[in-house]
Ligand binder design. Structure first.
Ligand code: SAH
Ligand code: SF4
Ligand code: F3S
Length: 458
């Protein structure tokens, strides 16, 4: 029998940034709970953990503001201290100890595996401070921290890291500095984690990494598993209803992976494929290693393999030197691909990057005007996408109960879930039949601004 963990302190995690950070925070919370720590509201927490993002200046500034706020909120918890994890931790390192004395642990992406041990030590010894910002040579495998079979709840939608870091050095991007070189994770460990998640109730898995489809191409990769082989092996795990991966890089999207969208039934018909800009000149200056012609060939290949595939993307406006005409090429590209959604950002200077040294910066007000024009176009395309979904028969993977819809009575419950394209769908079900992880057949009846409404079909 496993020993019961000793009662420890209370903790609270605040997460910024990408899905990798969200997943890291989720793991850290489970791992601390297994050691007897209890999650609590911020004002009662002894250990306050900030999992940080440095991809643009704004999320970095939020970290410093949050540290000030935390000091105020936890002023009545005498033993409280702060932990800074993630990309700003890696970027600033021990500098946090000088600027913010309440910080006693700084831990980067590779060091996170050691964070639960470190937090336990810090909790027991108020004189200690630790800095875990060294990069490791291989993928830093972690204690799985999964509930034992039948012991606990795993959300039906799960995320599994398959790599850490990035080797691409896009000229605007800080990630290769904050997450280090690309390190592929051992395929056996990935498959074990997927199996354990499925055994605990996961129905959908998203494989995660900064360049998921470059899996296995780095010198740290063990064995000869390619991304194609890995994807196929995960898709064949019994009980897995849906499989996705994020984020792929267009330069490494292979014909085999494209073909799999037409062949593998549980691979969802949705791909987030960052384009960044529609001008070949700007793409070259960003060091993206593809041009528009190559990107459009990928789009055509994906649509030939899976005609109903939906594409979404990331875009940057106002990269140094971007002209009005070059920006219009981004608008043209967005129309040509017809993205169902996109994340778009004003270019932001990041320390140490090549683009930050360019002298031909675009004025902030002009960047904002371009962003608004791009987002207005995307709103129209996204709205057209949702409207075109009305009448479609599809399946919804339920994630949780939602607010009651207009006209609902006590005999029904409202549930929120997603269709295979990743759209949020609300559906009203007879009371008592819904549960997270259940897949229900629906017909889409209404398109709202950012979501859909479905009706159960028999
Ligand atoms: N690995 C992924 C995403 C990395 S970061 C990829 O290769 O696309 C997520 C998004 O943030 C990027 O796709 C990019 O659109 C945006 N981004 C990264 N650095 C940025 C910067 N300096 N300024 C503005 N946006 C940036
Ligand atoms: Fe950043 Fe480019 Fe790597 Fe993506 S591929 S994380 S944008 S350097
Ligand atoms: Fe941000 Fe680091 Fe993710 S910079 S986007 S948290 S990899």
């Amino acid at each position: 029998m496993e020993h019961l963990p000793m009662a420890q302190g209370t903790f609270h995690i605040i997460t910024f940034g990408c899905q990798m950070n969200v997943n890291d925070s989720f793991w850290l919370a489970r791992s601390l709970q297994r050691r007897g720590f209890v999650e609590s509201p911020l004002e009662k927490a002894e250990v306050v953990i900030l999992n940080t993002c440095s991809v643009r200046d704004k999320p970095e500034q939020k970290v410093y503001a949050a540290l000030g706020r935390i000091k105020y909120e936890t002023r009545r918890v005498p033993s409280s201290f702060a932990v800074v994890a993630g990309c700003v931790a890696q970027q600033i390192g021990a500098g946090f100890f000088e600027r913010f004395p309440q910080v006693r642990l700084v831990v980067g992406g590779d060091g996170l595996a050691m964070a639960p041990d470190a937090i336990e030590r810090l909790h027991g010894d108020p004189s200690l401070r630790l800095n875990l910002t060294d990069f490791s040579e291989i993928y830093p495998e972690r204690d799985p921290a999964l509930p034992a079979q039948g012991e606990g709840e795993i959300p039906p939608v799960a995320f599994v890291n398959i790599m850490q870091g990035c080797d691409n050095f896009c000229t605007y991007c800080i990630v290769p500095f904050t997450r280090g070189r690309q390190k592929s994770r051992d395929a056996g460990a990935i498959l074990d984690e997927c199996r354990a998640l499925i055994d605990n109730g996961a129905k959908e898995i998203t494989l995660l990494g900064q360049n998921v489809n470059s899996y296995g191409l780095d010198k740290h990769a063990s064995g000869d598993t390619s991304f194609t082989r890995l994807l196929r092996k995960v898709s064949e795990l019994p009980g897995l209803a849906r499989l996705r991966f994020v984020t792929p890089h267009p330069k490494d999207l292979s014909p085999e992976v494209i073909a799999m969208f037409g062949e593998v039934p549980n691979l969802c018909p949705r791909l987030h494929l960052p384009l960044q800009a529609g001008s070949d000149r700007v793409l070259a200056r960003m060091n993206r290693k593809y041009d528009m012609a190559r990107y459009m060939t990928l789009v055509e290949g994906l649509r030939a393999a899976r005609p109903d595939i939906a594409l979404s993307t990331d875009l940057i406006v106002g990269f140094p030197g971007e002209t009005e005409e070059q920006f219009q090429e981004t608008l043209d590209a967005v129309r040509a691909v017809n993205f169902m959604s996109s994340f778009s950002f004003c270019y932001s200077d990041r320390p140490g990057t090549a683009a930050s040294r360019h002298t031909d910066k675009v004025e902030p007000a002009e960047k904002l005007r371009r962003l608004e024009r791009l987002q207005a176009l995307q709103e129209d395309l996204s709205s057209d996408w949702l409207k075109a979904r009305v009448g479609c028969k599809t399946d919804i993977l339920l994630e949780g109960a939602s607010r009651k819809q207009d006209g609902e009575d006590a005999a029904t419950e409202s549930w929120q879930g997603r269709d295979p394209w990743g759209d949020a769908v609300n559906v009203s079900l007879p009371a008592g039949i819904g549960k997270p992880g259940l897949i229900v057949p629906v017909i889409i009846v209404t398109a709202k601004k950012h979501s859909l409404i479905g009706e159960l079909r028999g």
